[in-house]
Ligand binder design. Sequence first.
Ligand code: COA
Length: 199
Amino acid sequence: MAAIAPVGVRTGCRVIRDGDDAHLLPNEAHSIPARQPAMRRASGAARWIAHRLLAELGVDNVGILRAPSGAPVWPDGIIGSLAHDDDMAVAAVAPVGHISALGIDVEPAQPLPGDILALVTIPADRTDAADRHLAGRILFAAKEAVYKAVYPLDREVLGYEDIAVDLNAGHATTKTGRRASLAYCAAPRVVVLAFVEAR
Ligand SMILES: CC(C)(COP(=O)(O)OP(=O)(O)OC[C@H]1O[C@@H](n2cnc3c(N)ncnc32)[C@H](O)[C@@H]1OP(=O)(O)O)[C@@H](O)C(=O)NCCC(=O)NCCS
């Protein structure tokens, strides 16, 4: 992930383990409504990474609360994003600067089932440059990463049909007029970073 991240963006990952829910700070645990233990473990693992990334930026012991929308609330002057699949958690953070919004998604490096691919794809999507077997999975992760990046800017719920992804050119556009750059890796897991450059 470090190899694909743009300058200034810090990333990290962690295999989700039993007991990772204990890494939620008390105010974080309070902000996350009761959910299945597996989801709390995943949220704890993602915050464990994010706390370390924030410490590298000189920000210690600050809870990353979950807003009612689901979006994480970052300390002033910081942008970031969290994601988890069944086994792995990832996080990305950056000081606000030349990048004004950040989104990340992680997915297993397996082909996307055909029925989900049909739900996610629109004619404007371009994926020829990606590995043929993983193109659908990368497309899916890209749309989720873009959504996480732009939601805090527009506060608008978007569907897959509202985000056009061009993996060949490395960017995406939303129906709200946002343009995000994309970077991805496909092994050992699919991870996509979406970032909006400041105007
Ligand atoms: C944001 C969303 C796509 C995340 O998908 P997911 O597969 O459930 O979960 P992921 O592991 O990828 O990401 C979870 C993290 O996303 C972040 N997140 C949740 N809602 C978010 C939002 N509105 N904006 C930004 N980030 C958000 C949270 O940090 C969350 O971590 P946490 O639960 O530990 O706090 C989903 O929660 C959602 O809001 N969907 C509604 C809109 C949608 O699905 N549109 C189609 C995709 S474009």
